[in-house]
Design a protein around this ligand. Sequence first.
Ligand code: MRU
Length: 351
Amino acid sequence: MTNQRGVFLKEIRAISWVNDGLTLIDQTKLPHQEINIEIETVDQLVDAISTLAVRGAPALGAAGAWGIVVAMRQGAKENWSAEKLNAEFLRIRNARPTAVNLAWGVDKVLPVVSSGVEAVLAAANKIAAEDEAGNRAMGKLGADWIEKKVANRPIRALTHCNTGSLATTTWGTALGVIREINSRGILKHVFADETRPLLQGGRLTAWELSQDGIEHFVIADGAATSIIARGEVDVALIGADRVAANGDTANKIGSFAVALACKYAGIPFVVVAPESTVDISTPSGKEIEIEFRSEDEILSLNGQRISPKQSKGLNPAFDVTPAELISALVTEKGVYEISNGIIPGSRAVLI
Ligand code: MRU
């Protein structure tokens, strides 16, 4: 694959089933080292999910589904009881709480466990293939919507966290739309919020944009508001970890602030996420469980303590943007302009 400048684009697969095994790119090492991890045990997978070696809601969906294969194979080798196997399934399902896709991926394949490991593998492979197709569809739908709504050309886009190939099975959600806009020749540049504390924007989004030859500026999270308010951004695009039935959207901490700034500036704030991220069993954002991570991620940088010994840290990894601040939700099925929530039956808002 080449981009519009004829630059060869390496297809990035954050998570894949190759040589009959599960392989991840270790995202904790990017952008400086490109290292793969082969996952053979549930412990390795749960560790990779908890440390964010694999991360991003759709990638976690695939990790959950393929994780059941890993558990079944380990269970067969080590002669696990049915109780132990189920407990290990649950351990994978609960490795992170906010992104609904992880539990969704596990739940999707559990019904075929009784048909054997090959059937589960086939179901997991299908989830990955559908994720890729869904990403490509969202890219086009989102770019069409933005072309219609954003008068200023070329487009200056802002994004938060990482929603590209690294966060999915390949291509990306919000970053997939940005890539599509770029391939249409109407992208000026991208502002990538660095995304404290784990720097998914400064490390991962910047790495993906660099691979694509897309001009971008990494900005401190705190800079986004004033850059948007100064009129330097035409549209902000984010992914999602869970979209509640009323459209409230959990995403990486700092997303809410971007949405407020967009409202202030009168520019669209767009959420791009597959239908698997829409959790209609969660009525509103109030019911979404927010993951709180270790205070060390806040108090230290590169393993070096930066705050005084007396300081405590508080580290919510996600926030919830109220639906009223979201201009549109792009899924692989279409674009919802959220006004009445996205409960099935309110599908009239699909445009
Ligand atoms: O903690 P992370 O890196 O898993 O958080 C990821 C995000 O918040 C992404 O924006 C979200 O999962 C959407 S990925 C397409």
